[in-house]
Ligand binder design. Structure first.
Ligand code: SF4
Length: 390
């Protein structure tokens, strides 16, 4: 009997060809990174000076032995000053890879930002001859220059504080380290004072004592407060909070969210909040960006996304959220089907296989961005540009 080939497996020849081409591409990209970039090459101008971050057609790939995984596949969005932008989507949709790309923390050489711009407005580069606000293009920044702004102007709160804090150093030492690194004339005494001040700011009781505690001596909520204190030490313009409440229980979650809101107001920083919890987004965010399979499917203000969701995926995830009014005996809704294989994904609507509103137009290329209002846009063939609606 003739053997039929499993389409999900690779032959040895195909596998070798992929590895060879990956190595070639990774070497090329690493070589570009090693070239000494001058400030002119890694600074640019903001499209809107009222934004702190502008992401333009960002593409981040992972070169695996099975093929190229386009984790972030051409996304564009902005984070305005003094605002909270929620990035939502299911696991594996590219939210965390987006944040790692902004921090230049994508695991190289397999992970590479292969295209696009990340414009960060640090506020200290002034304006050019035409009056445009100058900013950094993080994608082109050399590591040494990135180290100057990472942890100071852009900081990050990670998901799991127990694994993010170093278990062999006291929490005070870990706050002091950030302060000493970014404040050239600071003494050790200044750093200790700063550590106590930051612990007080995030609501840790007895900060003079806790400053000498090791992470394992603190509860989960306190450890997350310490992570927030570390993120705030450099007085950042942008804080990236990557699922900051996922590892915490519900009551602590609400305390941490309130604390984040409070520090955002007091410090005047913007927050990019990454989460898969729609309740958290509704509570916290001013703007929402919905991602699916490495692409943005819809973005808008929190009211536009929650009151008038337009993309079938946004509608689906809202329907899947359990509510107190739902009948206890009825089954919870879930979007049927699975996320497509991320390797070598085609240029078409990636939600096609799971969409209950699929139509003839959906077989074409990936839908263009359709502006519904100045702030609300959707990527779906159901809506066309002329009508700005269905
Ligand atoms: S483009 Fe078509 S398949 Fe894709 S989400 Fe819109 S209606 Fe559904």
């Amino acid at each position: 009997m003739k053997k039929t080939r499993n389409p999900n497996t690779l032959t040895l020849k195909e596998s070798r060809a992929i590895i060879k081409s990956n190595i070639r591409e990774m070497k090329r990209l690493e070589q570009i990174k090693r070239q000494k970039a001058t400030p002119d090459q890694f600074t640019t101008v903001m499209k809107n000076p009222e934004n702190v971050l502008e992401i333009d057609n960002l593409q981040t790939c992972f070169f695996t032995d099975n093929g190229v995984v386009r984790s972030v596949n051409g996304i564009s969005f902005e984070v305005p000053k003094d605002s909270i932008v929620g990035l939502v989507g299911e696991s594996g949709c590219g939210k965390s890879v987006t944040s790692l790309s902004i921090m230049q923390l994508v695991q190289a050489p397999q992970g590479q930002v292969v295209g696009g711009e990340i414009r960060f407005n640090s506020g200290d580069l002034g304006v050019d001859e035409e009056g445009n606000t100058r900013c950094y293009n993080v994608v082109r920044m050399p590591t040494a220059d990135m180290c100057r702004i990472r942890g100071k102007d852009i900081s990050m709160i990670f998901q799991e504080p127990m694994t993010s804090l170093n278990p062999v150093f006291t929490v005070g030492y870990q706050i002091e380290e950030v302060y000493l690194l970014h404040t050239p004339d600071a003494t050790k005494e200044d750093a200790r004072k700063k550590a106590i001040e930051m612990l007080t700011l995030v609501g840790i009781p007895m900060p003079e004592t806790i400053v000498d505690y090791y992470p394992h001596q603190l509860s989960g909520g306190m450890r997350q407060r310490v992570m927030i204190a570390i993120a705030l030490t450099g007085n950042p313009k942008l804080i990236i909070a990557d699922e900051p409440t996922t590892a915490l229980d519900v009551t602590i979650q609400s305390q941490i969210l309130n604390l984040l809101k409070k520090v955002q107001k007091e410090c005047g920083a913007s927050i990019m909040l990454i989460t898969h919890d729609l309740g958290v987004v509704a509570e916290m965010a001013d703007y929402v960006v919905v991602m699916y399979a490495g692409k943005i499917v819809e973005k808008g203000t929190v009211y536009e996304i929650f009151d008038n969701p337009m993309h079938p995926y946004t509608v689906g995830i809202q329907k899947a959220k359990p509510s107190l009014d739902s009948n206890a005996s009825s089954e919870l809704y879930s979007i049927p089907g699975n996320v497509p294989n991320p390797i070598n994904i085609p240029d078409e609507c990636l939600f096609k296989g799971r969409c209950n509103r699929r139509c003839g137009k959906c077989t074409g290329t990936y839908p263009k961005e359709i502006k519904i209002t100045e702030t609300h846009s959707v990527f779906c063939h159901l809506y066309d540009e002329e009508k700005g609606g269905e």
